[in-house]
Write a protein that binds this ligand. Structure first.
Ligand SMILES: NC(=O)c1ccc[n+]([C@@H]2O[C@H](COP(=O)([O-])OP(=O)(O)OC[C@H]3O[C@@H](n4cnc5c(N)ncnc54)[C@H](OP(=O)(O)O)[C@@H]3O)[C@@H](O)[C@H]2O)c1
Length: 288
């Protein structure tokens, strides 16, 4: 049974790095809610027992970070279409002792771009997605759902891009969206294919460019002057890709908003208020 003091948290292993407690505690204070949001370290072998403990302790739900985003699905009574298609649950709502699995990364990705560029329309666009990991699946699902007409995926390991394209083929066909795969070496070469030159939106979903990782080599001159460039890496906030795009006069979207916006539906489900993302929160999270 849940009491009036609302408990939520994030489970992971490790989990200390998570910015989610700071984010949700900010909104708990802002909305004067009686509640708490904790980081809970859950080793893989203890997942089932520790989740049962959260249920017994009356938790309203929890976020999930690595390495539990797939394994938690086995414990869920219900998984929504988005989480099923993306293949990962990052938010669980607990009701009557049952777990309801959701994926809010898709919402976070789309909402971030919409908030930064309210005039940007996804309908009919050509998107070029760099990367084919977990985050790419959420981005590609979001782009299909939002009405993209053509999505080109390119990844260092081409087989993973082929796998994603195959797994989203039916969904894309239902939405009249064409999926194709481009060799990683051709990602910014106008000669090798029409993809870069026709791109309305370029999204980096690789970990390249992140602090401590190798940099991403991408020639933004391959893109048309109308293109928007989005990097979901947010540390640093302005990656070399975004700095190059900005220097060329292209519109850009940083990655921090995806992290902030993806947390909103979870907070709303547990605490009953849809919170806002503002500059104060963004600065707080970036400084943490
Ligand atoms: N803003 C947000 O809210 C948000 C949300 C989720 C993720 N992210 C960020 O997105 C990034 C990817 O996350 P993920 O969960 O998708 O990770 P992931 O599943 O491990 O995928 C990593 C991706 O990066 C590529 N990559 C790694 N090293 C590379 C290299 N040296 N050269 C070329 N490609 C390389 C991988 O290519 P291969 O397949 O060839 O290995 C793969 O496509 C991370 O930086 C993460 O912090 C941000």
């Amino acid at each position: 049974m849940q009491d009036s003091f609302i408990k939520a948290g994030v489970i992971g292993y490790p989990v200390k790095h998570s910015k989610s407690p700071l984010l949700h505690e900010h909104w708990i204070t802002r909305h004067q809610k009686q509640g708490a949001y904790n980081a809970i370290e859950v080793p893989p072998e203890k997942l089932e027992n520790m989740v049962q403990d959260l249920i017994d302790r009356g938790y309203a739900g929890f976020n999930i970070t690595l390495p539990h985003k797939q394994t938690i699905m086995h414990l869920c009574t219900d998984i929504d279409d988005t989480a099923r298609a993306v293949g990962a649950v990052n938010t669980v709502i607990i009701e009557d002792g049952r777990l309801y699995g959701r994926n809010t990364d898709v919402f976070g990705f789309l909402e971030n771009i919409r908030a930064a560029h309210p005039d940007f329309a996804f309908t009919g666009i050509h998107a070029l997605v760099l990367g084919a990991g977990g985050a790419a699946r959420a981005v590609i699902y979001g782009l299909i759902d939002a009405g993209a007409k053509q999505i080109t995926i390119t990844n260092r390991t081409r087989a993973k891009a082929d796998d994603i394209a195959a797994s989203f083929a039916d969904l894309a066909a239902q939405h009249d969206c064409r999926l194709s795969v481009l060799d990683w070496d051709d990602r910014d070469s106008g000669d090798a294919g029409a993809a870069p030159a026709e791109t309305d939106l370029l999204v980096n979903t690789t970990s390249l460019g992140m602090t401590g990782k190798p940099s991403l080599s991408y020639d933004v001159n391959a893109l048309p002057s109308s293109a928007m460039v989005c990097d979901i890496v947010y540390a640093p906030l302005y990656t070399d890709l975004l700095s190059d795009a900005r220097a060329r006069g292209l519109r850009i979207t940083t990655g921090i908003g995806m992290l902030l916006h993806q947390a909103k539906p979870a907070f709303a489900a547990w605490f009953g208020v849809m919170p806002d993302v503002d500059d104060l929160l963004e600065q707080k999270i970036l400084k943490a």
